[in-house]
Design a protein around this ligand. Structure first.
Ligand code: FES
Length: 156
């Protein structure tokens, strides 16, 4: 596996929470302004986040925004609330199945989290999604801390 795409050791992905990482979309237009996990780096490049969840037989990953209000992040930098393999949105209580991202309860029931492909090899988790590059562990630089480098989605 490509070392640049190594995200974490498998043991570092918690079983009762999520691991937050920052990605760079290969196509900046593939992310939307209203998605709460989108930020910008110092050069104005677009960043987005993924949350990694431990499953019985591996790891799943999803973009870090709710399907109800897309500006709401599921993991607010301290790990999302996970119970019985399901991720909870703390805003209005939607629950998402950890394997599929399917919302089985709450205001966005029937919706599905945007998945990010990851794979486990040799005890580590790697980004397997060609739509993204791995940037770092931890949050993206969003509104509050992106300053002047905040990307301008309006084209002005
Ligand atoms: S914003 Fe997530 S359930 Fe409403």
């Amino acid at each position: 596996m490509d070392a640049d795409r190594r995200i974490a050791a498998l043991d570092e992905v918690p079983e009762d929470s999520t691991l937050l990482v920052t990605l760079r979309p290969v196509d900046p237009d593939s992310v939307a302004e209203g998605e709460g996990d989108v930020g910008a780096d110092d050069d104005g490049g677009v960043e987005a986040e993924a949350i990694l969840l431990r499953l019985d037989d591996g790891v799943s990953a999803f973009r870090n925004y709710c399907q109800h209000w897309t500006d709401v992040r599921l993991d607010k930098d301290e790990g999302a609330f996970v119970r019985n393999g399901e991720v909870f949105c703390q805003k209005h209580g939607a629950t998402f199945e950890g394997e599929s991202g399917y919302c089985n309860f709450g205001p966005c029931e029937g919706a599905v989290l945007e998945d990010v492909d990851v794979t486990v090899a040799d005890g580590a988790v790697y980004l397997a999604d060609d739509a993204y590059e791995f940037v770092r562990r931890g949050p993206s630089r969003r509104d509050a801390d992106a300053g002047d480098s905040r990307i301008d989605f309006t084209g002005n």
